[in-house]
Design a protein around this ligand. Sequence first.
Ligand SMILES: *Cc1c(COP(=O)(O)O)cnc(C)c1O
Length: 439
Amino acid sequence: MVKKSDLAFYGGPKSIPVYDDSMFHWPIVTHEDLSAVNDVIRAGTMSGTTLTKQFEKEFADWNGCKYALGACNGTAAITAALWACGVGAGDEVICPSMTYWASCACVLNLGGTVNFADIDPVSLCLDPKDIEHRIGPRTKAIIVVHYCGHPADMDAIMAVAKRHNVKVIEDNSHAVGSLYKGRKCGTLGDIAGMSMMAGKAFAIGEAGMMLTNDRELYERCIAYGHYERTGAPSRFNPVDRQITMPDLLPYIGLPLGGVKHRMNQTCAAMGRVQLEYFQERINEIDQAMNYFMDRIENRIDGLIGHRTPRNSGLSMGGWYVPACHYNPEKFGGLPAERFSELVRAEGIHCVNGVNSPLHLFNFFHTADIFHQGRPTALAFGQRDVRQGKGACPVSESLSNRLVQVPWFKHFRPDEIDQYVDGVCKVAEYVSNHLILCTA
Ligand SMILES: *Cc1c(COP(=O)(O)O)cnc(C)c1O
């Protein structure tokens, strides 16, 4: 039986005495990445688009999609996608409350407002049952986030969207390589935007990407933030006109968003190298994470992996932010925050929750971004869809029902076993000392 003095938190030996950077380091970088980036710097082509276009083509092909467009970051790619879908002043967008702010904060910059929906407690993605009643005459788009790599229930979401003629934008920042019924996440809706910043599933620096099969949406994203591709002469790039739509042509040379979304080519160069090895690397992550989750679920009553069922045609891609559903009732009501503190002391990454529910942030309630003397969330004739505590109960309770676990990049069963043992030590102690711990 585990004693209090066995826990590292109370002075016992740490389960993982030394942090193993080789197990967790991400992205995996080799001389190939370094030499590709070096070439760009030496040639001075950071602001070019030749390599970025090759990367776009390869990324689109890998995903099984027609068009990809690089961006300076994920926030930019999502903003352009929203604008391309027609989101403007007075419009509404539906977005899950449980996501990173960049999924939808830019809706306010476009003069729209966000109607936050709740998430499904198992997938942690937009709950398809919480969408339809939120759709109004000004609803233009639904943002779907494949949260922590888990594919959202796209069939159900697309069905609602089609019924109401609303566009679906996937925020694929967590789920590059995840599969939904055999198809890649990011190619399932009308358009997708995603982050490729240093910490994400596909990590190449400060970069982002848009994916779509729709030529019109693609052109609108170009027109919004890529003046150099509208046909204007440029010192760094050959004349390049990728737009054909008559309503965009009069604006050649200036971006309609008034912004510049070009990807730094050091990122594009690294992206091409990363893409070559990505499938192989996420396959190993998948194997390692499923190995870990199988053992945790077998040995601990109260922790269940946030993952897709095997042989379902669904997969977790690179497992960005792996986590377990935490059932506090199985641990005598011990808050997830306390449980994760005990695990962390063992030298094992564990944090309760992921993001804070967005519908409660003042930004979406009172921020006056355009200096109009009123909240931007309703400054352009939007319905007041702001929501307070209790509106999205699953999102609001998630910080006590989810704990992050280590993100293994390599399938080394003996090493992973030590992490499993460490979590089990804590879980066993807590289960046997429920009253002690809740005090
Ligand atoms: C990181 C992230 C973004 C923003 O991407 P940046 O590249 O940081 O601008 C958007 N959505 C989600 C869900 C993210 O995790």
